[in-house]
Design a protein around this ligand. Structure first.
Ligand SMILES: Cc1cc2nc3c(=O)[nH]c(=O)nc-3n(C[C@H](O)[C@H](O)[C@H](O)COP(=O)(O)OP(=O)(O)OC[C@H]3O[C@@H](n4cnc5c(N)ncnc54)[C@H](O)[C@@H]3O)c2cc1C
Length: 424
């Protein structure tokens, strides 16, 4: 901030949305201050380059969803950043462990059929305009339900009881999910390399009572014509940033309805790949205690087993400390591969998004019955205050490219206002 007192725009939060907004506004000649609470950019897009002995670890986003339409695919191509331009063939899971034993092909196909039928029923209800808990429209008495409970939460961050059928049907998806070899977080950081950002500078309060908006930080205040708030819905719903006068009731209701669900990643490196498993295998585990874990086996040919926790399990382990998350994953692996696997672990890394005060979850999910409120988030709060971030995208929410595009949308709204006011 270095003594700055004024700017055309203050952007709060240097995740994919805030970075995109600041870059677009600067490219259009506007004077922008970008403030970030953490000591790094990227937010939920973060690769720890030395996270695992076997390679970099994506702590947050990992797959370029909608890859053929995703702007980061072009960045990866332009920068020579490797990615796997294939989605897993066939229906998941490709490998399945049930209560400590490996399932056979017939069991896997039965599970895949159940997944497909359940998601189809949820989508159909949403497409009929019904906004109800997904649990109401699926066969929850099926023996495959406990697995689906976790898999649904891995995709949408909430289990079927808390997934809105309408929100699910609204979320577009080309089905192309391409992982990035050196990490999606690293790719996004590279896309914005050199961006001017004030790190370690949390915004505490925004005063919107005067003719200009005043953004207050521990390093002083900045007055701006417009503010783009590119932080998570849960951060805003919890009022971690004081906004005075408070946000309008309809905006507060929308933020509360579209809070983040929960998901966490746990990477484990081994001394060597496990025999007979192949590479890039998408597996699911139902533990002896009945919890579901997504398992990526040997991605990019690495001796790695990456677990994906979701829903309430992720909420609890994602705020209990990384050791607890690792211990849970390690014990699940021991149940399947035998206790000898523990000695083969050469390193591990675990995310803690739910316990991160700057994020507070994984990605947004509208509460059943309230999916329509999401649309309010992409409209300006008032003439000068705009929301951005994945949750504000009408149909590509819960993704990094949706966040990116929401940042561009917020800048378009600022420019439209400035033109109307004769400022440009
Ligand atoms: C485990 C996990 C896996 C995921 N997998 C994928 C995936 O494979 N593909 C995909 O596309 N998406 C995935 N996502 C979702 C994706 O990461 C997010 O949707 C996207 O990165 C969100 O970007 P954003 O800019 O909206 O918000 P954020 O990344 O949350 O950015 C908000 C920023 O605001 C900062 N901030 C908060 N409070 C303040 C304050 N008071 N002052 C200043 N700054 C503040 C935060 O530190 C943060 O940097 C995943 C997310 C998680 C958690």
């Amino acid at each position: 901030m270095s003594g700055r007192r004024e700017a055309d725009i203050v952007v709060v939060g240097a995740g994919a949305a805030g970075l995109a907004a600041a870059a677009a506004a600067r490219a259009g000649g506007l004077d922008v201050v970008l403030l970030e609470a953490k000591d790094r950019i990227g937010g939920r897009a973060f690769t720890d380059p030395t996270g695992l002995p076997s390679g970099p670890f994506d702590v947050g986003c990992h797959w370029m969803h909608d890859a053929s339409e995703n702007p980061f695919t072009a960045v990866a191509l332009a920068t020579g950043c490797g990615f796997r331009n294939k989605t897993h063939p066939g229906r998941m899971p490709h490998w399945l462990a049930l209560g400590g034993r490996l399932a056979d092909a017939a069991e896997r196909h039965a599970v895949a059929d159940y997944y497909a039928a359940s998601f189809e029923a949820i989508r159909a209800a949403g497409e009929r305009g019904e906004d109800r808990p997904a649990l109401d429209v699926i066969d929850a008495a099926s023996p495959h339900y406990p697995l689906f409970h976790g898999w649904c939460a891995a995709i949408m961050a909430v289990p079927p009881a808390r997934l809105s059928t309408l929100d699910y049907a609204t979320c577009l998806d080309t089905g192309e999910n391409w992982p990035v070899e050196r990490g999606y977080g690293a790719l996004i950081a590279a896309a914005f390399a050199g961006a001017e950002v004030d790190l370690n500078c949390p915004v505490r309060r925004i005063d919107r009572s005067g003719p200009r908006l005043r953004v207050e930080t521990d390093r002083g205040a900045i007055d701006a014509e417009d503010v783009i708030l590119a932080v998570s819905t849960t951060v805003l719903a919890d009022e971690a940033i004081r906004i005075e006068p408070g946000l309008p009731d309809d905006v507060r209701a929308a933020l509360d309805a579209v809070r983040l669900g929960h998901a966490e990643r746990i990477g484990v490196s081994l001394d060597a790949k496990l025999d007979g498993l192949g590479d890039h295998v998408a597996g699911h585990i139902l533990t002896k205690a009945g919890d579901e874990i997504g398992l990526m086996i040997h991605e990019f040919g690495r001796a790695e087993l990456t677990g994906y926790l979701s829903g309430d399990l992720a909420r609890d382990l994602g705020s209990a400390g990384p050791e607890a998350a690792f211990a849970f994953h390690r014990d699940a692996l021991k149940d399947i591969f035998g206790s000898g696997i523990e000695a083969r672990i050469t390193g591990w890394a675990a995310s803690q998004w739910s316990g991160d005060p700057d994020i507070r979850g994984a990605y947004s999910a509208a509460r059943p019955g309230q999916a329509a409120l999401r649309a309010r988030l992409s409209e300006p709060v008032d003439e000068r205050l705009h929301l951005a971030g994945e949750a504000t995208h009408p149909n590509r929410f819960a993704s990094a490219h949706g966040a990116y595009s929401s940042g561009l949308r917020a800048v378009s709204a600022v420019r439209a206002r400035r033109k109307a006011a004769g400022l440009e």
